[in-house]
Design a protein. Sequence first.
Length: 268
Amino acid sequence: MDLQLKGRRALVTGSSSGIGEAIARMLAEEGAAVVVHGRNRERAEKIAAEINAAGVAIGDLSTDEGATSVHAEAVAATGGNIEILINNAGGSSTGNTTKAPAEISIEDYVSNYHANMLSAVRLCQLAVPDMVAAKFGRIVNVSSAVAVQPNNLGADYSGAKSALNNFTVSLAGSLNGVGVTVNTVSPGIIMVDGLLRFGRIKYGNDNLSIEEVTNRLAADKVFVLPPAGRLGIPDDLAIVICTLASPRSGFVTGANYRVDGGQIRSLN
């Protein structure tokens, strides 16, 4: 099916590696003019060259100045206003995966809120007016399974993602009938490069496949495999996000799409 993305101008934040890279690649394969974002110019430019992207935008989205600069670079690279905004940048900015909620500092809560919630808010505030004027826009915010089913640890991260889900619904409702949709995609455990490296180091074998690392980590109860029987891969998210970015998805807004292999068992 043609997703009608050819020529559409897209900014994918956090796309110099991992999930964001997979999203940027797939959008580019569908013909979109993609801007690769990251904080390391060399790495971002490498990915941009590989996918024949429109350009790169470098900056820290946890600050107002950084977000403004990234948006301006993206507009300049594509030669027009951003039509598709994928807010993927984030992740735990503090590494508090072993701390209980009461042990995490206020500064760490604030840091994660800026990295995972306000980074998206900043870019939405910059991009939405142009989308409304053009009567077309697609925004997809990448959240997490822990936004709706938080762990006992890492509450600074899961709380920020919960706020992102709330913001998504509010923004979607405020853009009533203007041709702009806003949705969330929430991944479960995804086998990104970092997790693969962790497994290979843990078991002392650089040649272990994704399947072998997954099976060993599951056997050692590092995590529990979801009903799908495997961990996700970045392309599992990319196909859902590219579909939501399509002009064909105009009747889908304010929704949270869980791409978690059945990890979260509650109703959406």
